[in-house]
Design a protein around this ligand. Structure first.
Ligand SMILES: NC(=O)c1ccc[n+]([C@@H]2O[C@H](COP(=O)([O-])OP(=O)(O)OC[C@H]3O[C@@H](n4cnc5c(N)ncnc54)[C@H](OP(=O)(O)O)[C@@H]3O)[C@@H](O)[C@H]2O)c1
Length: 503
């Protein structure tokens, strides 16, 4: 039985959502279904509109037809009549992102539609385009005054910038500088959809909404922390992007470092964007930098070769379409990080992610220290207790610890206590994009990344990226598809009793 205690249920102000890249995959697979679901749940105001912007030759009618088809495929949108009503709020502006006239036409369209729909000139701009297009969009939003807020009858104006936010430290700094010419920091929402996942949000509730876990959450009781994001999929249709990016940029710089910060941060005094942001930044500042000469000791990369995943044969990364035959891009990356602060001194944080691994799972495991003295005979090999937070695919939390196996002899065994989101709460968890879109529309940036955080995360990873891309760098270790990654990853734990905990 679960007692509900609703903490936030604020409805956003009326708004116009403008999506750049309205013809793309993200818009149709995530953003429009998220908006639809939010509306169906009664979480949106009466007055809102969506304007799609893209180069493709569409108009309001053909855009609406496309959206209807998208919604028809969505598991929650079988109600065609309701979907027909929903799409009447949708409009389309065709144009090139780098052309100022596109934004003039967008502005004219908004000026006409906003009074009709009563959206109070509150505007949210979503950059759902490839990252090289972001600068094309930001500047004209400034030039046409669309970024202005609370002046000349305008309401608020916000911009959501998708990941990847930069390709390295310098490009992230450049993008931040460009955004800051046009928008103030409080208007900028840097999205990382991992932060919208239920378990990631629950980490803080679990730690700070109970008094029994937080006392254990430190170097005195925790031996080490493992953060794993394993995918069974290969690069699929994203090879063009992925081959220029790799696992470190694609997963660790954003998702896994955000999860690490949520695990390792000090409790903020209040749950708001400013206080949470400061604590997360302090975690990054406490991470001991890896110098270029130390990269081989603290970082391991790998590339999958042919193998079998879930019983299906898979080709190697270098045989994938759109991948350079001599590519050195890593499809697996593992890091060992150390935090220099009072709470975590001496506790290794092990991060790893990879494609074509054995199982699809994202987990965080805190392995606790062994008891200081074992009074039970022959119990020296007793497994350490662990707490695992399951982020995907099945969201939940499990605790494993030692117990006595019933019987006249003193036999010890490991037992598990599992909390499963779906089983406990039933129904469906909201998609991450629903949570994050709603937060932005409410003006809550707690689950979004700040400029300082993004730049610091890149700065920390630069030595690793530089070492891996240096012409003199060692050959990329290989691992068979369907395995747990390259054997070299074990060197991160060499000479220790610790081992990788595979989900
Ligand atoms: N798809 C996902 O699930 C996902 C998940 C996380 C993050 N993201 C991020 O979200 C953004 C959008 O992703 P997406 O998968 O929707 O991308 P996409 O489908 O490749 O592109 C979105 C739209 O951008 C326009 N576009 C594509 N390439 C362009 C170019 N070179 N120059 C100008 N316009 C171009 C196209 O529209 P027109 O040609 O009609 O203008 C396209 O429909 C990316 O930054 C991606 O990294 C996506």
């Amino acid at each position: 039985m679960v007692d509900n205690l609703i903490i936030t249920e604020q409805c956003p102000d009326p708004f116009a959502l403008v999506i750049f890249g309205a013809s793309g995959d993200l818009t149709h697979r995530k953003l429009i279904p998220a908006l639809w679901n939010l509306q169906q749940q009664g979480r949106l105001p009466e007055s809102f509109i969506l304007l799609g912007v893209a180069r493709r030759d569409l108009n309001d009618a053909s855009f609406r037809r496309q959206v209807l088809d998208t919604l028809q495929d969505d598991r929650n949108a079988r109600d065609r009549a309701a979907a027909e009503v929903f799409v009447q709020r949708l409009f389309y502006v065709q144009g090139d992102y780098a052309d100022l006239t596109t934004y003039r036409r967008l502005r004219e369209r908004l000026d006409t539609l906003e009074p009709q729909w009563g959206t109070d000139r509150n505007r949210c701009f979503y950059c759902a385009v490839p990252p090289q297009v972001y600068p094309d969009i930001v500047q004209p939003l400034g030039q046409t005054g669309l970024s202005c807020e609370h002046s000349a009858g305008c309401g608020w104006s916000r911009i959501i910038v998708e990941k990847p936010f930069g390709h390295d430290h310098e490009s992230a700094q450049r993008l931040n500088a460009l955004l800051h010419v046009v928008f103030s920091e409080h208007q900028i929402y840097r999205i990382d959809h991992y932060l919208g996942k239920e378990t990631v949000q629950n980490i803080l509730v679990f730690r700070l909404g109970n008094s029994m876990f937080e006392p254990l959450w430190n170097r005195r009781y925790v031996d080490h922390v493992q953060i794993t994001s394993a995918e069974t999929a290969g690069v699929e249709h994203r090879a063009g992007y992925y081959d220029g990016s790799g696992a470190l940029r694609d997963m660790i710089q954003n998702h896994l470092l955000q999860v690490l910060c949520t695990i390792a941060m000090e409790p903020p005094s209040t749950f708001d964007a400013y206080s949470v942001g400061i604590e997360k930044l302090k975690v990054l500042q406490a991470i001991r930098p890896i110098s270029i000469g130390e990269v081989d000791r603290y970082a391991v990369r790998g590339q999958y070769e042919a193998g079998e995943v879930e019983g299906q044969p898979c080709q190697g990364y270098l045989e994938e379409p759109d991948v350079a035959r001599d590519s050195r891009t890593e499809t697996y990356a593992a890091l060992r990080l150390t935090l220099d602060n009072w709470r975590w001194q001496g506790v290794p944080f092990l991060l790893r992610t990879g494609k074509r691994l054995k199982t699809r799972a994202t987990t965080v495991t805190l392995q606790f220290r062994q008891p200081p003295h074992l009074i039970f005979p022959h119990a020296s090999g007793l497994p350490a207790s662990t707490l695992t937070l399951h982020i995907q695919p099945d969201e939940g939390i499990s605790l494993s610890f030692n117990g006595k196996i019933p019987g006249p002899d003193l036999c010890l065994g490991t037992v598990h206590m599992d909390f499963d989101y779906a089983e406990t709460f039933g129904g469906r968890s909201p998609e991450a994009y629903e949570t994050l879109l709603l937060d932005c529309l409410r003006g809550d940036a707690t689950l979004y990344g700040s400029s300082d955080w993004v730049e610091k995360s890149w700065e920390l990873l630069m030595p690793v990226l530089e070492a891996w891309t240096a012409p003199s760098s060692r050959r990329v270790p290989r691992y068979p598809a369907g395995s747990w990654g390259p054997r070299e990853a074990d060197t991160l734990l060499e000479g220790e009793w610790r081992q990788w905990l595979n989900p």
